[in-house]
Design a protein around this ligand. Structure first.
Ligand SMILES: Cc1ncc(COP(=O)(O)O)c(C=O)c1O
Length: 401
């Protein structure tokens, strides 16, 4: 008989035989998968035989998430990543080489901007920022730089500008560039960029796809060919998603539609209400008929989504007072969860930008971004009323002094 430790190892690692289909995707919490013989391991590692060998390369739970996001986005294939940034990095470097220039939207998530100007610039990849609403400027930048990539967000962070993806895909393809779209703010329920001509679509699955604010994850979807070109970056850089994290995102997907409907209903109500309040300079929400993005949004989005932004007349000071007065909404930097999250982009998500860069990105000093959650709308309105009262006080004391 084998010794105690040997028996313990065998006993603890013998997976049960399951002949019935489980009602959720099991968490394959394993670093490696063993094969019947050495030849099979070699075949799996080289891809000659489908299967699993090592979870950085592939894992059943993680693969299920990549496939699920591809299915929801209407794409041929998908890969899951450890974070949204790992997904965005892999998508970009799968198509851009040193010496080339990326054309990117000006109002882009702060860390994506950092990836472009701090990390990729060090590898000889330059970025030219443009206003995605100005198709002539986009066309001119693509023509001037010969960029292989036009990078945009379906709904921009934090100014809630909806990009006309069909028009941008046409311009990009005419200039020989691929259109890469960060669809995090919209989710595949609100928008499917592949259907509008996008070549690769990225997600911070940390946000709406998961919906519960308890996991970090990312995903990229596209054609079989483009995803095959991304896989070596995932494997060699090591941005693999943990199986438990993949399971948590998978658990969010069945309720995505119903969550997005409720997020939208409440956001529309709050946006319309905020637009009439003293101390609010401007509301950015594509569902409002007067919003500059409204007509594109009506054409392109199935629902307007849960992200809204508003500018307070009192600037940064008023923004701080507003945030500090709230008791229902969370003061943090994430979004897309069941709980409402309000943040001041100039001092959080876009803290990397100086005043000039903030202005250039259209971010007013008193801008607040709100990820509208699933709470009761009356409670959220009451919370915002308290925020506005505190913000007005700062404006009055500034006028007096
Ligand atoms: C639009 C957008 N894209 C990408 C990311 C990065 O996602 P992650 O934090 O999962 O890396 C974020 C994070 O806030 C985001 O808002």
């Amino acid at each position: 008989m084998a010794g105690f430790s040997t028996r313990a190892i065998r006993a603890a690692t013998t997976a049960p035989q399951v002949n019935q289909v489980p009602s959720s995707v099991p968490i394959y919490q394993a670093a490696a998968f063993s094969t019947a013989d050495a030849a099979e391991l070699g075949d799996v590692l080289t891809g000659a035989t489908p299967g699993y060998a090592y979870s950085r390369i592939d894992n059943p739970t993680t693969a299920a998430l990549g496939n699920a996001v591809a299915e929801l986005e209407g794409a041929e294939a998908g890969l899951a990543f450890a974070t949204g940034m790992a997904a965005i990095h892999a998508a970009i470097v799968s198509v851009v080489r040193a010496g080339q220039t990326i054309v990117a939207t000006r109002a882009v998530y702060g860390t994506t901007r950092d990836l472009l100007v701090r990390v990729l610039s060090g590898l000889g990849i330059a970025t030219e920022f443009v206003d995605p609403r100005d198709l002539g400027a986009v066309d001119a930048a693509l023509a001037r730089t010969g960029a292989p990539v036009l990078y945009v967000e379906t709904i921009s962070n934090p100014t809630i500008v909806v990009s006309d993806l069909a028009a941008l895909a046409e311009v990009a393809h005419r200039r020989g560039a691929l259109l890469l779209v960060d669809n995090t703010f919209a989710s595949p329920y609100a928008c499917r960029p592949v259907e509008l001509g996008a070549d690769l679509v990225m997600h911070s699955a940390t946000k709406y796809l998961s919906g519960h604010g308890d996991v970090l994850a990312g995903a990229v979807v596209g054609s079989h060919e483009r995803i095959a070109a991304i896989r070596p970056i995932l494997v060699d850089v090591g941005g693999a998603l943990a199986p438990l994290a993949a399971f948590l995102v998978l658990r969010g997907l069945p309720t995505l539609a119903i969550r997005m409907e409720r997020h939208t209903e409440t956001a529309l109500d709050l946006a319309a209400w905020l637009a009439g309040q003293d101390g609010v300079e401007r509301v950015h929400y594509p569902g409002l008929p007067g919003d500059p993005s409204h007509s594109v949004a009506v054409r392109q989005l199935h629902v307007f989504g849960g992200m809204l932004a508003f500018e307070l007349t009192g600037g940064r000071e008023a923004g701080r007072a507003f945030l500090d007065a709230m008791v229902v909404a969370e003061r943090t930097a994430s979004l897309g969860a069941f709980r409402t999250i309000t943040t001041a982009p100039p001092s959080t998500t876009h803290r990397q930008l100086d005043e000039a860069a903030l202005r250039e990105a259209g971010i007013a000093p008193g801008l607040l971004r709100c990820s509208v959650g699933l709470e009761d709308v009356e409670d959220l309105r009451a919370d915002m009323e308290m925020g506005l009262a505190a913000a007005r006080k700062t404006t009055r004391s500034a006028t007096r002094s």
